[in-house]
Design a protein around this ligand. Structure first.
Ligand code: 5GP
Length: 120
């Protein structure tokens, strides 16, 4: 499957759809999830066209991948959730429950989160 430029996060990156940005630089955009599953629910996406974690880590340089993950942790600190803790999730592909085919990491925080994987 090739990258689909009409996906919702590509539209957000192009400014075609508004978003509640919490962090932005040349490589990364972080914004609040429209359907928050926790008091703090932020999505972090690379600006490059990558479908999934697999695509990103194979297609981007080690430097870009490294900086991305450093920024995920930096954004969590900026959100002030590092003290009490948080969860990062990268749903990948069909069984992973990925809905938007532009690589993203969820940062969820603000309450004690439940079991890692819902049963059923
Ligand atoms: P996935 O299931 O692909 O890991 O997660 C996609 C996430 O994107 C979901 O949590 C969903 O609520 C969020 N989302 C979908 N459309 C939009 C949108 O237009 N704006 C924002 N901010 N989040 C969105």
């Amino acid at each position: 499957m090739s990258y689909q430029p009409d996906n919702i996060f590509a539209k957000i990156l192009r400014g075609e759809i508004p978003n509640d940005t919490v962090y932005e630089d040349d490589e990364v955009l972080a914004f609040r999830d429209i359907n928050a599953q926790a008091p703090v629910h932020v999505l972090v996406i690379p600006k490059g066209e990558y479908i999934s974690l697999d695509d990103f880590t194979q297609g981007a340089s080690a430097e870009v991948v490294g900086r991305f993950f450093q920024k995920v942790a930096e954004i969590a600190r900026q959100l002030g959730v590092d003290g009490e803790g948080y969860r990062v999730i990268a749903n990948t592909g069909h069984n992973g429950g990925q809905e938007v085919p532009h690589f993203h990491m969820h940062i969820c925080a603000g309450r004690r989160l439940g079991r890692m994987i819902a049963q059923g």
